[in-house]
Ligand binder design. Structure first.
Ligand SMILES: [Zn+2]
Length: 152
């Protein structure tokens, strides 16, 4: 994910929000997203289910529980920095932003989704960590239950 999408990404997020409010449009999780959620920790699932009701930007679940084999592939490809991923234990989800039916990687959309996720987590008193807040290797789609409160 590159940072040079910031300007048009912010404009896009603003336009989508205006459109959503004007049309009183609500977002829903797709069947596929709900299937992927069914294998993650129930508390993280609750946060995502609440966040879709709060979000200004549509999103879907691209990945929940991950096999060790897939983690090894991602690690070798440099797409993951750890073999100790929270995805392996069902303590993490990846959420991708949608503009219509298309996935967008514009960073400001991911910031918007993080607001909804953090608000939902606060409401439900379920501590989460957003990969976008990490200092190195920022991971905009990634959310996990906080290690200290949810050891694997
Ligand atoms: Zn992830």
């Amino acid at each position: 994910m590159t940072q040079n999408t910031n300007d048009w990404g912010a404009a896009l997020a603003g336009a989508l929000e205006t459109w959503r409010i004007k049309n009183d449009y609500r977002f829903y999780l797709s069947t596929q997203s709900r299937q992927r959620l069914s294998h993650v920790h129930p508390d993280l699932k609750r946060v995502v289910e609440r966040a879709i009701e709060l979000t200004e930007v549509d999103f879907g679940v691209s990945e929940g529980l991950r096999s060790k084999r897939r983690q090894e592939e991602l690690y070798k490809a440099g797409a993951s920095k750890t073999m100790n991923s929270r995805h392996l234990t069902g303590h993490a989800v990846d959420l991708v932003a949608y503009v219509g039916h298309d996935i967008s990687w514009a960073w400001p959309l991911y910031t918007q989704i993080s607001y909804a996720m953090k608000k939902a987590a606060a409401e439900l008193e379920i501590p989460i960590t957003w990969g976008g807040d990490w200092k190195e290797f920022k991971d905009g789609p990634h959310y996990e239950l906080r290690w200290g409160d949810y050891p694997a």
